[in-house]
Design a protein around this ligand. Structure first.
Ligand code: SIN
Length: 318
């Protein structure tokens, strides 16, 4: 029997990182190894799938931006359209995985599995987590277990829904286990239930040349509201406010927000807590929205997509 064909797209990150000391877990160069080198460390993978490899870039994910996201979305989309390809796996840095995963989840067609993976320790470290994460990602993809579940990330033996993914720790191996994104296990591959898959719009990808500027402003006690006007003057079409608690807007920001709305800028109330929902308030409406279940990083991507596509700003919120 022929093996499932999995297309591996390597984009960099710590999973491809190298340090000169095998004990180093925080000082290393991300995006050093090519995709074929990652695959060489897990020869068992070839028993699970027939694997092709592409490497559109090899970067630390902090250095990615909308241009890379759209390129990645197009590469994954072309691979999915190939009748010979059964699933796609993407290796990526952990730092901005939530943005890329969210964008892919909204723009790719349902059906064939798309599995992202990453690592907290560089490939050169003793007890590196990358090889097992990649092997599990390839096995999950080849198994078809996440077909119809949208884009997922396989990390530290868990399967996470891209729509809820949040990196919640700066250096722990279980950096993605502090939210509510886990929907299954990778060994053996299986989902705990049928995950909710929010609105997707694959037809949008072909219409996107670039994404508009959307800024995120982190609001602390006593933060100055003049940051809003500065963002708008630099071209932001929408602003996500990363607010205390349940997206609670300080009184001192009220005038600045109303001025921004009057200038046709979209303003979204998100929470800086990292978990939970931001509930609608009586003042929401028009161009002011609550982020709902989206974290600030995801709300920013959702707004970029919606504004670029001429959709309602909250089209991708849920
Ligand atoms: C990156 O995001 O590319 C570096 C950090 C990591 O992958 O853990």
């Amino acid at each position: 029997m022929s093996l499932p064909r999995v297309h591996l797209i390597a984009t960099g990150g710590t999973i491809a990182g190298v340090a000169d000391d095998p004990a180093a877990t925080t000082r290393y160069q991300a995006g050093s190894l090519a995709g074929h080198a990652l695959l060489e460390s897990i020869p068992e993978a070839h028993r699970a799938a027939s694997i092709s490899i592409a490497q559109p870039f090899n970067l630390d994910s902090k250095d990615l931006g909308p241009g890379h996201w759209l390129q990645l979305a197009r590469d994954v989309s072309s691979a999915l359209a190939d009748p010979a390809v059964d699933a796609v796996v993407v290796t990526h840095g952990t730092d901005t995985l939530e943005e890329s995963a969210f964008l892919l989840d909204r723009l790719l067609p349902p059906g064939k599995p798309v599995v992202m993976t990453c690592a907290m320790r560089p490939a050169s470290a003793h007890s590196a987590d990358g090889p097992l994460n990649l092997l599990h990602a390839l096995r999950v993809a080849a198994s078809g277990a996440t077909r119809e579940a949208g884009v997922v990330a396989v990390v530290n033996e868990r399967i996470h829904a891209a729509s809820r993914l949040r990196k919640g720790h700066s250096h722990a191996l279980d950096a993605f286990e502090h939210g509510d994104s886990a929907i299954g296990w990778s060994d053996p591959p299986g989902l705990d239930g049928r995950p909710e898959v929010p609105a997707r719009m694959p037809s949008l990808l072909g219409r996107l040349d670039e994404l508009p500027r959307v800024d995120v402003l982190w609001v602390g006690a006593g933060s100055e509201p003049d940051l809003l006007a500065a963002s708008i003057s630099h071209g932001a079409r929408a602003i996500v406010l990363c607010l205390p608690g349940n997206g609670s807007l300080p009184e001192t920001w009220s005038d600045a927000v109303h001025k921004a709305l009057a200038c046709h800028t979209v303003v979204v109330r998100a929470s800086r807590t990292g978990r939970g929902r931001v509930a609608r308030q009586p003042d929401d409406g028009g161009r002011l929205f609550a982020a709902g279940r989206l974290g600030p990083a995801q709300a920013r991507v959702a707004l970029m997509l919606a504004l670029a596509g001429g959709l309602a700003p909250d089209h991708f919120f849920y």
